[in-house]
Design a protein around this ligand. Structure first.
Ligand code: ADP
Length: 158
């Protein structure tokens, strides 16, 4: 069984993430979408809210699971016997960040491959922070995120 981990902050999950999850689920027997802690990001949604969104938004994929790990993703990957860590690439600035991350992961465990999937063209501008800004500026974000994200935003503003 070839297992891969797709880690991220998912604050909130977007259709860009879903696209990567869908493609990864065809490449691997099992994909674990891992809510990971990024110390550089202050999150709008709590861990529980993001887990709920991830579970609802990925329920259509039979071989996709959701989990949370507060430590290093590469250590989680080793613990569960994963062969790869999936990341998505949109623009050159993503590459710079991912390059450093991948070097650090390689230092910790050379046995787990980093697999990079290029964002589809129409998804390159979608980021969690852009979604948040658009939503709070009154733009209709429904074509860009799973339905549960809009429900969560509405619940939050009540
Ligand atoms: P992190 O805080 O770990 O960067 P994110 O939730 O922002 O977490 O992103 C998780 C992964 O998904 C990253 O590899 C990011 O580059 C990728 N990603 C985010 N948005 C998109 C998108 N629109 N298309 C493809 N990949 C994306």
């Amino acid at each position: 069984m070839r297992k891969a981990i797709y880690p991220g902050s998912f604050d909130p999950i977007t259709n860009g993430h879903i696209d990567i999850i869908s493609r990864a689920s065809k490449l691997f027997d099992e994909v674990i979408v891992l809510l990971a802690v990024n110390p550089n990001k202050e999150c709008r949604f709590s861990v529980d809210e993001r887990i709920e969104m991830l579970k609802k938004a990925t329920s259509q994929f039979d071989n996709v699971k959701v989990d949370f790990y507060p430590g290093l993703t590469i250590q989680y990957a080793r613990n569960v016997g994963a062969v790869a860590l999936i990341r998505g690439l949109r623009v050159v600035s993503d590459f710079e960040y991912e390059w450093t991350l991948s070097a650090a992961n390689e230092f910790i465990d050379k046995g787990i491959e980093m697999v990079f999937l290029m964002a589809h063209h129409e998804m390159t501008f979608i980021s969690s922070s852009a979604i948040d800004e658009l939503y709070h500026s009154g733009v209709d974000i429904s074509p860009l995120v799973p339905k549960v994200v809009i429900e969560m935003y509405k619940k939050k503003s009540k």
